[in-house]
Design a protein around this ligand. Structure first.
Ligand code: GLU
Length: 294
């Protein structure tokens, strides 16, 4: 941090990777954006490992994330935060929503969902197919009975929730003031069948718990913010300011993803490349061949 930047305790930003794989150039860009946003304003930069999916998270990916960030020269403040150590607080938040009668059990299997999609009953939303609402219409008593024995997830009844909160807004420093449209994402799962909590609930609870004032993350999560804003209103949590940044894309304009073969940072690191030089280039708008900003 340069000495001319005054420390500002009112700015807290985080980078929140999921250790489900190795980080790639898109993650390096996202981490840099959050880090530089905090440092330019004298704020704190926290690192939160979003390891709620015990089936997909791996300790070796956590180690690689920490090594990659050090290699990039992106230092974080305080201890690394692990979501896997906070499961109680997510369960408490889910219980509050259940007490408000805003969650309903969903018994749909993957093949049920696929079927609904094939039938054209699940319109495409900004974040994937929107759930058709099948289990929202189950008789509540019967649903409770089935929930005692059958595997199920818990979905947020978005229309019911939005009727309680009324219209909501949030501010994005890049995109401007947003009228929240959670209905575009539909009844998202907050407690999945196989894992203790879903991303939307964990991230909302944690951004409040960690005192995050500015959520700096990629445009791929822009639409999700409407759900986070709704959960903040329901759970009485503060609303941070958002900054959704552009994404690094490949030659076809698709966001970089490991599944599409984007090189991992650890490959570059272990090949002896300089992570700090890489980010200096990024800061000047210089990207490797075939990669550009959305
Ligand atoms: N854990 C999420 C991911 O890796 C990011 C969470 C966020 O920045 O809100 O995509």
């Amino acid at each position: 941090m340069t000495s001319s930047v005054q420390l500002n305790p009112d700015i807290v930003v985080r980078f929140a990777p999921s250790p489900n794989g190795l980080l790639h150039l898109g993650h390096a860009y996202a981490a840099m954006m959050a880090h530089d946003f905090a440092r330019a304003r004298g704020g704190q930069f926290l690192l939160r490992i979003e390891d709620i999916d015990s089936g997909r998270s791996r300790p070796e990916f956590v180690t690689a994330i920490l090594d990659d960030l050090r290699w990039l020269g992106l230092g974080w403040d305080g201890n690394v935060i692990f979501q896997s150590q906070r499961l109680d607080s997510y369960a408490a938040a889910a219980d509050r929503l259940k007490a408000l009668d805003l969650l309903y059990p969903c018994f749909c299997s993957r093949s049920d969902i696929r079927h609904l999609q094939e039938e054209g009953l699940q319109p495409e939303g900004p974040d994937g197919p929107v759930y058709a609402g099948t289990c929202r219409h189950l008789d509540p008593q019967q649903a409770r009975k089935r929930a005692a024995t059958e595997p199920h997830s818990w979905r947020l009844d978005v229309a019911k929730a939005a009727a309680i909160t009324g219209p909501l807004q949030w501010t994005d420093e890049r995109h401007g003031l947003q009228a929240s449209r959670p209905e575009l994402l539909g009844d998202v799962i907050l407690v999945p069948k196989e894992t203790p909590v879903a991303y939307h609930l964990a991230v909302t609870v944690d951004d409040a718990r960690d005192g995050i004032t500015h959520v700096v993350r990629g445009d791929d999560l822009f639409a999700s913010t409407a759900i986070h804003r709704l959960l903040q209103a329901l759970l009485g949590l503060p609303t941070p300011i958002y900054f959704h940044h552009r994404l690094l894309c490949d030659e076809e304009g698709a966001k970089l993803a490991k599944s599409r073969g984007s090189a991992s940072l650890s490959v570059l690191r272990l090949a002896g490349k300089s992570g700090q030089d890489l980010l200096q280039d990024f800061r000047q708008g210089i990207f490797p061949v075939g990669i550009s900003l959305s």
